[in-house]
Design a binder for this molecule. Structure first.
Ligand code: AVI
Length: 318
């Protein structure tokens, strides 16, 4: 017998469909970069992090390797270390090794299963530290768990230059919510990508092997496969360039011809050459970022960079 009950879509895919339809209905068209990270997109991002052209990950890692012991001493004992977008918590391990008597580590990530697996491994490697994973979208309000031993303050770790993917007003809002969360005595350790020559920046987002292009265009595959949309992915290309005025890399998907995307009953018309915006990646000076953070109630305390000043890790206090 046929099951005629309407299928119930998961809330996450409803949000995806809603955001895609809304974004493609706008002028100019846009798609939110948070949807890059399905299974294939996350694997492609891992590949990006290993590319020669993508200096960000290895440079931040080198800064952490070199200065983690100094960073650890800036964070007072009794802290609850909360990491925003913890992923595999790789950089955090260096920090955990140098923290003075932390009360607990709270990795926050949207991917529940991956988070639980990472937490299990951390419990084995750090048997004296309470590991309290939280599945949440950190751009929305979420509560922190209670640790067995009460924390005196909160230290937020936000590596990876992820803050660069937010527009300045959104970044300021997010930093304000972090500063409110930290409480007095607390602080934020954050990774930011620095302003530099255009060639280095544009190469990082236009790699020779085409991994960033595949990562960007994967968003169209997702829409095609998950929303059962009629899209010819081959008829689009990746575009990334530096906008000097706004100090940011801008990423788009360009339509190679006049065409139509169909999702259910709705059609979206594209002209040849039309751009769909997918991501901004803001680049900061330490002074510029400090001014933004100051507006959100956080004051620059210390900063660490690599010798070429490609990337910086800042400690900001409430
Ligand atoms: C996650 N985020 C910091 C990356 C960036 O560099 O803005 C995302 C990315 N987009 C293309 N390449 C990498």
């Amino acid at each position: 017998m046929l099951n005629t009950a309407p299928t119930k879509a998961a809330p996450r895919s409803i949000a995806f469909q809603h955001d895609v339809m809304e974004g493609l209905g706008q002028v100019p068209k846009r798609l939110p970069c948070k949807y890059f990270y399905d299974k294939r997109g996350s694997a492609l991002f891992d590949e990006i992090c290993d590319l020669d052209e993508y200096y960000l990950t290895r440079t931040e890692q080198a800064i952490m390797n070199r200065y983690a012991s100094e960073m650890g001493t800036q964070i007072d004992s009794g802290a609850m270390l909360v990491e925003y977008g913890s992923g595999s918590s790789i950089k955090t391990r260096i920090l955990l090794d140098h923290l003075i008597d932390p009360v607990a580590y709270v990795p926050v990530d949207i991917s529940h299963r991956h988070l639980q697996r990472v937490a299990e491994r951390l419990r084995v490697d750090y048997p004296h530290l309470e590991i309290l994973p939280v599945t949440a979208d950190f751009t929305r309000p979420f509560s922190l768990p209670h640790s067995r031993e009460p924390a005196t303050h909160c230290a937020v770790y936000f590596p990876g230059s992820t803050i660069g993917n937010f527009e300045p007003a959104e970044a300021e809002r997010l930093l304000r919510s972090i500063s409110e969360r930290c409480g007095s005595g607390g602080g934020l350790l954050i990774g930011i990508d620095l302003v530099k020559d255009v060639e280095t920046l544009e190469r990082a987002y236009n790699d020779d092997a085409g991994v960033t292009a595949a990562f960007n265009l994967n968003l169209l595959r997702r829409i095609r496969d998950e929303l059962d949309a009629d899209i010819d992915v081959q008829a689009f290309e990746h575009v990334a360039f530096y906008n000097h005025q706004a100090s940011r890399i801008e990423i788009y998907i360009r339509s190679l011809k006049q065409q139509t995307i169909r999702i259910g009953e709705t059609s979206f018309e594209l002209d040849a050459g039309e751009l769909i915006h997918t991501e901004y990646s803001h680049k900061y000076t330490i002074e510029g970022f400090s001014a933004l953070a100051a507006r959100a109630g956080l004051e620059l305390h210390r900063s660490w960079t690599d010798d070429e000043r490609l990337f910086a890790v800042l400690h900001l206090v409430v």
